[in-house]
Write a protein that binds this ligand. Structure first.
Ligand code: EPZ
Length: 456
């Protein structure tokens, strides 16, 4: 029996032990896109028939979304994790509670389908997260324009359709900002509305195009998806369908950046190259050789030159790759300026990268990176999904081993993350470590400890 007091003194945390000076080679399979699968699961509520999704990534966010759908009567069959059968014929009204929505913001996407199918919906207000306040006023404003009555009370959003037809009414919605989530929520609300809906200043992300492709397979009438002005002709009902989730452009981009950062040569597939245009442009600018063949992208890097990036809505440089790309710039020749324009607090990795010996000045979401010769392994804890990925990349570049905590963030968005890196030749080991960051320890002790553990 473990002594309770001992347990309290040394709580154990899952962490990745990462050997530095890594070189990667070979080919890895890219999983289905997290940010597409999440919204496609929500869209499956829009029919009483069965929807068959394939290439669904097995991630903690996806598992959370499935549990939320099951809590409101949806039947889900997913013996093979990648292949998911969803049937909503027994969909019933239910509060999607705080812990569900706070744990998974994407669950708020369900408000559109629930309104259309049940005439009412009640979801907890999604709070902010580590990267920003994440407001939803564009979602709510658009739903009101479609004829929903929205009440915010006791931390819940209660939406209902008051018209006796229990049907939303198409209209022209002008978004205040090209919000991905608001565009998706409003498309899903409009597909069963009466008449035409136009969404102007719509987000153009590939995940939105994937959503519209699936909805049209179900009988929706959506045109100009992927442009900033989307047209939706409301229909009376939608049928079931089979749909394959698009490859995850952010996972693919993360691995391409890791290969460049470790002066390696790898291939990632399947990918849709046009989804990664802005990243590939910046990787070439910084000195990587990129070759594209059908649904595969290969990268080979011998030198890294500092380049500037500024995040922007698609097709601009994706905010989800800003942190990983910052890691690439740490040992680049010359300076690089990294500007985050989408989220107000998405630079949590900067302080941690500086602890590893990087030279980054941060002011008003603009990071100025001066390339250094060496990075040092450290015991670090990531605070959000993409920042933690950036720290892993820096750890692969470092001269000595690192210990990276915060794997609960990585497991949200990267399927088999360390397995894929190991397949490319990296030396990573997931294990339990005492929370030594709470007690004073010297770097030598720590580094020996991590190095010894490789000896084992
Ligand atoms: C989606 O989040 C993605 N998540 C995010 O991926 C991604 O970073 C983001 O789009 C931008 O591309 C999913 O698809 C599940 P937004 P979303 O609404 O929809 C402001 C990851 O790492 N805004 O486009 O929440 C907002 O504050 C995650 O995989 C308003 O001001 O993003 C933010 O500054 C992180 N009012 C900006 O727009 C609103 O009503 C972009 O937000 C809505 C948004």
């Amino acid at each position: 029996m473990i002594c309770e007091s001992e347990n309290k003194l040394n709580p154990k945390f899952e962490s990745l032990k990462i050997k530095g000076r890594c070189s990667l080679q070979g080919r890895i399979k890219i999983s289905g896109a997290k940010n597409s699968a999440l919204v496609l699961l929500a869209a499956s509520l829009l029919t009483k028939d069965t929807v068959y999704l394939t290439n669904v990534p097995d991630l903690s966010d996806i598992r959370k979304m499935k549990n939320i759908l099951k809590s409101i009567g949806v039947k889900i069959k997913d013996n093979d994790k990648e292949k998911v059968l969803i049937n909503s014929e027994n969909l019933h009204f239910g509060n999607i509670a705080h812990n569900s929505v706070n744990e998974l913001r994407a669950s708020f996407f369900c408000i559109g389908p629930l309104l259309s199918m049940l005439g009412k919906a009640s979801l907890a207000l999604p709070g902010g997260c580590n990267i920003g306040k994440r407001p939803i006023e564009e979602h709510l404003k658009g739903l009101k324009q479609l004829g929903a009555t929205i009440e915010e009370k006791d931390g819940f959003v209660n939406a209902r359709i008051n018209s006796n037809k229990r049907r939303l009414k198409g209209t022209h919605i002008k978004l205040g900002c090209p919000s991905v989530g608001a565009t998706e929520t409003l498309i899903m609300a409009a597909v069963l509305a009466e008449g035409q809906t136009i969404i102007s200043n719509a987000a153009r992300e590939p995940e939105i195009q994937d959503l519209c492709e699936m909805l049209n397979k179900m009988g929706a009438k959506i045109t100009r998806a992927g442009t900033s002005k989307v047209y939706i002709e409301g229909v009376n009902y939608l049928n079931g369908c089979s749909h394959e989730v698009i490859p995850d452009r952010i996972e693919a981009g993360t691995f391409l950046i890791a290969a460049a950062a470790t002066l390696s040569c790898i291939t990632v597939s399947p990918v849709i190259p046009s989804h990664l245009k802005s990243l590939l442009q910046k990787l070439k600018e910084s000195g990587s050789d990129i070759s594209i063949r059908d649904d595969a992208i290969s990268i080979k890097t011998k030198t890294i030159k500092g380049v500037n990036i500024e995040t922007a809505p698609f097709p601009g440089f994706p905010t989800d790759l800003q942190a990983p790309f910052t890691a690439l710039m740490l040992k680049a020749t010359g300076k690089s300026i990294i500007k985050e324009t989408i989220f107000e607090n998405r630079m949590n990795h900067i302080e941690l990268l500086n602890k590893m010996g990087a030279s980054i000045k941060l002011e008003n979401n603009i990071a100025t990176v001066s390339g250094v010769k060496k990075l040092y392994g450290r015991h670090l804890k990531g605070s959000d999904l993409r920042s933690t990925a950036a720290i892993v990349i820096a750890a692969l570049m470092a001269d000595n081993p690192s210990l990276v905590e915060g794997l609960e963030h990585l497991d949200r968005g990267y399927e088999d993350f360390e397995f894929k890196f190991k397949k490319l030749g990296a030396n990573l080991k997931r294990g339990l470590t005492e929370n030594i960051s709470d007690i004073s320890y010297n770097q030598d002790f720590f580094i020996n400890d991590v190095q010894n553990s490789y000896a084992a």
